[in-house]
Write a protein that binds this ligand. Structure first.
Ligand code: FES
Length: 401
């Protein structure tokens, strides 16, 4: 018998049915299958990994004049009835519309997983000079504000198989948020690690969660806080910056992991210090929200790049041309021009912004280039970490929801 062409094969057209299968098919009731989301495993998968979560601000806690914590509860009217589980250190990507700019920003969860099971996430936002999204949230979110968020994402989490028993957390500015989550998760017994937190701030007043951390230190012998103040002296704190010497002073004998979360300037300083410690690469972890990269500071950034270029964007069948500064990521330039593009981590890691470079040339800093080899071969880029080096045309997928 001639074999049917592959393209015409239908796996449901059995030519040699076993009698047992034939009997089962004949005995089956002639009714439609239940919808796929009625199956328990699918319900569990959707609860753990909802593509979108509709939330509502339920409480606001102020930390001095420049930072606030927002409690977010499920917005049942919009269809979210429970919060997705997360690991300490993960973030939510928050969708925002500011004037004609549609954008998303990742914010680390400052609440512990246990607190989310009790009904709320917490995001802690600090005012940043010229910061668009953070300052918008601080000035506009009120109790009752509706918030659209992704599922919890990110890999800045404690993994006992990879990380050492003791984590030295290095935090600066709003980079303290994942460490509050981790410290609470350790105290709750949900993470089995020791955390020594070196928390850099200008003054003690600038350090948030201070009282909570002090109370945690008393109740949990696996957590220790060390404030490091750059601009004032306090007998209970270290003075200066987080140097290799300071890390060695508090590090345990043997292995330890370093987890860093803070502003770019902190990484630039601390990374040089860490390089002198001779730690294995797997023991040094960064949380990177890296779109504020200044590409011209990179050693391999080409010389004499023009200040701006034309960027033609193809998205959902439309084509738009914008002017984009060379020192700004393509993603930020799209958003500044009111073009909504998919993004979560904004640091080259998640691949959510994955787009095709149709023509032209871009620069991607090595430390945030999370593309696969196939992306490089077939011309894909991550606009969150790509900076134009010429006029370019890119094909961007539409925002999924
Ligand atoms: S937004 Fe995650 S890789 Fe670009």
């Amino acid at each position: 018998m001639a074999r049917p062409k592959l393209s015409k094969l239908n796996p449901m057209d059995f030519t040699k049915m076993t009698p047992a299968r034939q009997a089962k098919i004949e005995a089956a009731p002639a009714k439609a299958l239940p919808p796929t989301d009625s199956y328990k495993p699918n319900q569990l998968a959707n609860a753990l990994h909802p593509e979108i979560q509709y939330l509502k601000v339920s409480k606001i806690v102020e930390h001095g004049k420049d930072a606030k914590s927002y409690w977010l509860e499920p917005n049942a009217e919009k269809g979210t009835t429970a919060l997705a589980w997360f690991s300490a250190g993960q973030y939510l990507s928050i969708s925002l519309e500011i004037g004609n700019i549609k954008l998303s920003r990742p914010y680390s969860l400052s609440s512990s997983p246990r607190e989310s099971m009790e009904g709320h996430y917490m995001l802690t936002i600090k005012r940043v000079k010229d910061g668009l999204a953070s300052n918008y949230i601080l000035d506009n979110w009120k109790v009752g504000t509706e918030v659209t968020a992704s599922e919890p994402l990110g890999v800045f989490t404690y993994e006992p198989l990879r990380d050492a028993d003791t984590v030295i957390g290095i935090a600066g500015g709003s980079g303290i948020t994942p460490f509050r989550s981790l410290a609470k998760a350790i105290a709750d017994g949900d993470e089995d690690a020791n955390l020594i937190l070196l928390y850099g701030s200008r003054t003690l007043d600038d350090a948030i969660f201070q009282e909570e951390f002090k109370a945690l230190e008393k109740s949990c012998d696996k957590f220790k806080l060390v404030n490091v103040l750059s601009d004032e002296t306090d007998a209970t704190c270290e003075k200066g910056f987080i140097t290799a010497e300071l890390i060695k002073k508090y590090a345990p004998e043997g292995n330890y992991s370093l987890f860093l979360c803070g502003p770019q300037a902190m990484y630039e300083f601390v990374d040089k210090e860490i390089a002198t410690l001779g730690l294995r690469r797997k023991f040094v972890r960064h949380e990177l929200f890296g779109e504020y990269f200044n590409p011209s500071k990179e050693a391999d950034y080409p010389a004499n790049v023009a200040p701006e270029f034309k960027v033609t964007v193809r998205i959902a069948g439309n084509e738009t041309t914008i002017t984009a500064p060379a020192d700004t990521s393509l993603l930020r330039s799209l958003e500044a021009n009111g073009i909504a593009a998919p993004a979560h981590c904004r640091s080259g890691e998640c691949g959510w912004c994955h787009s095709r470079l149709v023509s032209g040339e871009v620069y991607t800093p090595k430390s945030v280039d999370g593309r696969r080899e196939a992306d490089l071969i077939y011309g894909y880029i991550h606009p969150c970490c790509a900076f134009p080096l010429s006029d370019v045309t890119i094909e961007v997928p539409p925002v999924r929801k």
